[in-house]
Design a protein. Structure first.
Length: 762
């Protein structure tokens, strides 16, 4: 609702006044930063000048150490002071051109005067009057803006709930220090503001959404009661944005006890990680630890010597295989079994069994000479009963090995010395020969000591392979119940391992077994773990993450409508299946304090695109379009491959000329992408090909497999071939849906032959 001219002028004058005061503060802080930087530099340069080093006796050594500690304390204090000033300067420089975006007027119960609360990305207090001119969007009172329409309202502080009446709710658009627009809003945060935001072109990076956070999103951002927070969000509902605002909120609320080093975000791929990399810095927070699950597995399994398959290669296998292939069927069943909680129980039972026998060791040798045999290691490990965990017993074994290797190294040094004495080529002084013999002995034994420290003498891979080679063992661990088609599953898995290939479905079970055996299964520093595209993780994955981060609270964000991996498709044929999946995750995480929140409104695509995509999954999770209209998706049929390429190229050029900054041509697989790219490049000379190795993309026309586009959004999307020969099987339905929901403003569906049955009229 627009405001009158006089009120608008008052608001414009306030923007100008606040900006001027921020500019003054920036100048002052700039001088402070320069001064403190100079002080840190000066202290660093004079560090040793102020210390008298004296090691003549014990008292002098103690005095010198105390002097050094004191100087170091002073230096660290100055560095902290410098960093605080620099951070404050950075935050104000970020907001000086748009100091705030909202205002609420709140009358607290029992008070006579209303409070005028202006809300921005960071707080600002007038240094002269101590008046709070801007409140940080994460402050408790700011939640009123996101949660309530004008009328009765309550916000929560750490000490109490504060109730009263929300008298006004106002939004601003401020650019370059000038008030562009201002309007009062009612029930929701501004349809008008959202319309402006959503009608923009897609950027190469994701941005914060603090100006348009909706009530249900705010509930997720500020939730600090539940150990496990599961968010089922429709495509375009803002799941990832909400996750990043949540991180910023937690870092603000617990700023004295929590840092970005205590948080980790698992992203679907490196391209996505780059896409969201600007959000936290935009909010004034340090970037948190961010990785992909694949990168983590590579880190843990790098020493196995196996080629680790990534999830996209697994998906390529599934999308391009046929049911007539026995290996294909065996692998499909194997994926589902190895992703299950039942297989987790097998691995844990195996870990228990290994406490009393069955551990495999490897000889420690120098060349052909075995110094410690695998038999010795096994005998030493199992020589006496122990109630200790496997990992603790491994530590004891490593200590024994290091002592034994020290003795072997001492003997080797003596042998080298005696040999030098006898051979003329080593003629020299006795000290030189002793030194050289020590170096040679160290060079020979040091690699074995490294193996002892890293537990490289344990054959975890051999033990994992035994699960498939030894049917009786597997049957014992399952309680007598082998999975269906076990012979094919075991033969397929053993064959891959023998060929040096570790399939993606085997990677997490192997890492889990490795952690049980070696005792390296816990990271205690992580307090919050966020998982994006949570539907792509199996029950086994979640059990592993729970073990890995025992102190962490989990936020799991996903959309079962986009569950394109085999383990997700297996039990997810309808909406009820989705709900069961959430229940199983909660049970698997073994947390009573679990909350599931559903975001059903999509803010990404136009109503026409959302309605079109909803036809693909008639029984999926519900999705409601935001009230933004556009042109209906176009369905374009080609008579042959050449015409298909012309149609796709013409559609891309049309969208570009119409103002689309980013145009994505989405194919079903990497194989199709490669072929289409070669055919389209002469027609679209600037076409960029996105692969699983791509770290970032720039605006323009690009082509990629649809699964790499998950989490991303584009002004226009063109489906390369949506024919019935490409998209027809149940396993491809969610991938097709995912592709359709990447589009913000325009969707073109091209196809050869008959159109996919997924778009049949209901």
């Amino acid at each position: 609702m627009p405001i009158d001219h006089e009120e608008r002028e008052r608001e414009a004058r306030r923007v100008s006044s606040v900006r001027s005061r921020i500019q003054e503060r920036i100048v002052d802080l700039g001088e402070t930063v320069d001064q403190r930087r100079a002080e840190v530099t000066a202290i660093g340069r004079s560090f040793w000048d102020d210390i008298s080093v004296n090691a003549d006796n014990a008292d002098d050594v103690i005095e010198t150490a105390a002097s050094m500690a004191q100087q170091e304390h002073v230096l660290l204090g100055q560095k902290r002071s410098y960093q605080v000033a620099q951070d404050a300067l950075y935050k104000l420089q970020r907001v000086v051109d748009a100091p705030y975006f909202a205002r609420i007027d709140f009358l607290e119960r029992g008070e006579q005067d209303r409070e005028k609360i202006y809300i921005g990305l960071t707080s600002f207090i007038d240094p002269n009057s101590d008046e709070i001119l801007i409140y940080d969007w994460r402050a408790p009172i700011a939640s009123l803006f996101y949660d309530y329409p004008p009328g009765p309202a309550t916000y929560r502080t750490p000490e109490m709930d504060v109730s009263g009446e929300l008298l006004l709710k106002r939004q601003y658009i401020i650019k370059a220090g000038e008030l562009q627009d201002v309007f009062d809003t009612g029930i929701s945060i501004g349809d008008e503001m959202l319309q402006k935001m959503l009608s923009r072109s897609a950027d190469e990076k994701m941005h914060s959404i603090v100006t348009t956070i909706q009530r249900e999103q705010n509930q997720i951002i500020r939730d600090d009661r539940h150990k496990v927070l599961v968010v089922q969000g429709a495509a375009g509902s803002g799941k990832t944005s909400v996750a990043l605002q949540r991180i910023a909120y937690l870092l603000y609320k617990y700023r004295t006890t929590l840092s970005s080093d205590n948080m980790i975000l698992f992203s679907p791929n490196s391209l996505f990680s780059d896409y969201v990399s600007h959000v936290l810095p935009e909010l004034g927070e340090a970037t948190m630890q961010q990785t992909t699950f694949q990168d983590y597995l590579n880190h843990k399994l790098g020493s196995t010597g196996l080629k680790l398959e990534d999830p996209y290669d697994q998906l390529e296998f599934i999308l391009t295989g046929t049911e007539q292939d026995s290996d294909y069927r065996a692998r499909l069943q194997g994926i589902q079994y190895k992703a299950s909680a039942a297989f987790l129980n097998v691995i844990e039972a195996y870990g228990e069994k290994l406490k009393s026998g069955g551990l495999r060791f490897v000889d420690l040798a120098v060349g052909q000479k075995v110094l410690i045999t695998a038999g010795e290691l096994s005998e030493r490990f199992y020589s006496k009963a122990s109630i200790l965990a496997l990992g603790e017993r491994m530590e004891q074994l490593s200590e024994w090995m290091l002592e034994k290797l020290d003795a072997i190294q001492a003997d080797a040094q003596k042998r080298f010395y005696r040999k030098m004495v006898r051979e003329p080529k080593y003629m020299g002084t006795e000290p030189e020969m002793k030194k050289l013999s020590k170096i040679k002995a160290h060079k020979a034994i040091a690699p074995l000591k490294e193996k002892a420290r890293n537990l490289a003498y344990v054959d975890v891979l051999g033990m994992y392979r035994e699960l498939y080679a030894n049917q009786e063992l597997h049957q014992e661990l399952t309680g007598g119940q082998l999975p269906e088609d076990w012979d094919r599953i075991s033969a397929f898995t053993a064959g891959a391992l023998d060929a040096g290939l570790l399939h993606y479905e085997d990677a997490t079970p192997l890492v889990y077994l490795k952690g049980l055996v070696e005792g390296q299964l816990r990271v205690g520093t992580i307090r919050y773990c966020l998982v994006d595209e949570a539907q792509d993780y199996s029950p086994f994955h979640y059990a592993y993450l729970k073990k890995l981060f025992p102190r962490a609270r989990f936020t799991l964000l996903g959309d079962w409508n986009q569950g394109i991996f085999t383990h997700a498709n297996a039990s997810d044929a309808d909406a009820q299946g989705s709900k069961n999946e959430y229940s199983s995750i909660s049970e698997l995480m073994k947390e009573e304090e679990t909350e599931t929140i559903r975001l059903v409104k999509s803010y990404r695509s136009t109503r026409e695109i959302v309605d079109f995509a909803s036809r693909v999954l008639p029984f999926g999770e519900p999705i409601e379009p935001f009230s933004r209209s556009g042109e209906p998706p176009r369905i374009l049929r080609a008579a042959d491959e050449n015409e298909l390429r012309r149609l796709v190229a013409d559609a891309a050029l049309t969208r570009q000329r119409g103002g689309a900054g980013s145009v994505a041509i989405l194919c079903k697989t990497a194989r199709e992408t490669e072929s289409a790219y070669a055919g389209l490049l002469p027609l679209l000379p600037g076409l960029a090909r996105i692969t699983k190795e791509t770290l970032h993309y720039e605006a323009g026309v690009m082509i990629m497999p649809a699964y790499l586009a998950k989490g991303l959004e584009f002004d226009a999307v063109i489906l390369y071939d949506a024919g019935a020969d490409i998209y027809a099987e149940a396993k491809e339905r969610k991938l097709f849906y995912t592709a359709c929901t990447r589009a913000l403003h325009h969707l073109d569906v091209c196809h050869l032959g008959e159109l996919t049955p997924f778009l049949a009229q209901s």
